[in-house]
Design a binder for this molecule. Structure first.
Ligand code: ADP
Length: 302
């Protein structure tokens, strides 16, 4: 069982030749709307890999919010603890995708900013009953700390995905974190150590261990992951594939890892191998939700 405290966004992808100048009107080449938000992506990844998945989050009282609730329910995610706020809009991301492949993103946290410690407390049964609780940095820190405190008091394992990257390291949060899963940029920002080789990865892991983190997994894109536990570390390579769109690769990795991992970490390496396979499937398809594989698809890809 996995419970996510996290973000829900609607992504609007505007394909344009180039960014408009101030005062200029341009036409877009193509437009699409996609379900997203790190929390929502991770929930769908966990659910499609077979975990019983619940979500603590917020959307606005608008069509985007209805769409996201429906999409999460379609994926068997329990949405009972998602609040519908009447004073905020659903979280938004406008992705300006230029012909060069470069993108510029404008986001509005909307209802994601309203997720509170009180809301988490009111839904604490979902954390107490779960094997794992997962959070990211797209919802308020106070809500995540509350969730991790409840988890720690009830032997639920906490997984932190410290994304998007922030320079501010919350020692209070890291002390409540069992498993941290940053990418290279996030690991560097949090520890102040530039991640260049295995020595620097070990040094970064040691910083997390000193704060009480038990497992450090640094994702390395097409190179796979660096995993470390006290006194042991290893690189576990990615599956070699041709990447089309890496959106949600990290989210698929984390969600499918939480679904596969045993609560005593006894199958940690096998669970990472599984999560690498799941995210290798995600990078071969466009979009966030549509690219996240089911357990059957991951098993069939071996
Ligand atoms: P993020 O998207 O959060 O920055 P990464 O780029 O590190 O995260 O990717 C997360 C995981 O997705 C990697 O550890 C790997 O398992 C998988 N992955 C990402 N890019 C590729 C790729 N080009 N080929 C195969 N697997 C990939």
């Amino acid at each position: 069982k996995v419970t996510i405290v996290g973000s829900i966004n609607v992504d609007r992808i505007l394909q344009i030749d180039q960014l408009p100048q101030s005062g200029e009107t341009i036409r877009m080449q193509d437009f699409s709307i996609a379900a997203g938000g790190k929390g929502a992506n991770q929930a769908v990844a966990a659910a499609r890999s077979g975990a019983q998945t619940s979500f603590i989050g917020a959307v606005g009282q608008d069509l985007d919010g209805q769409m996201m609730l429906n999409k999460l329910r379609d994926n068997q995610v329990n949405t009972n603890a998602i609040e519908v706020m009447n004073s905020s809009a659903t979280g938004q991301a406008y992705i300006l995708l230029q012909a060069t492949g470069q993108n510029s993103i404008i986001i509005s946290a909307g209802a994601n900013a309203d997720v509170s410690a009180d809301q988490v407390k009111a839904n604490q049964a979902l954390i107490i009953q779960a094997d794992f609780v997962m959070a990211q940095f797209e919802t308020p820190l106070a809500a995540t700390i509350q969730a991790f405190e409840i988890a720690q008091a009830n032997r639920t394992i906490t997984i932190l995905n410290p994304a998007p990257a922030t320079a501010a390291l919350s020692e209070e949060l890291l002390q409540l974190t069992d498993i941290i899963v940053p990418n290279e940029t996030e690991a560097a920002n949090l520890t102040g150590i530039e991640i260049t080789n295995e020595t620097s990865m070990r040094a970064a892991a040691d910083k997390f261990f000193a704060l009480g983190v038990k497992v450090v997994i640094i994702t390395l894109g097409s190179r796979g992951v660096f995993m470390a536990r006290a006194g042991f570390d290893k690189i576990i390579p990615a599956v070699t594939v041709t990447a089309v769109d890496t959106t949600a690769a990290g989210d698929t990795f984390i969600g499918s890892l939480a679904s596969e991992l045993h609560a005593d970490f006894s199958n940690l390496e096998a669970a990472i191998v599984y999560a690498n396979r799941a995210s290798a499937l995600t990078v071969q398809k466009l979009g966030a939700f549509p690219s996240i594989p089911t357990r059957a698809e991951v098993v069939a890809s071996i």
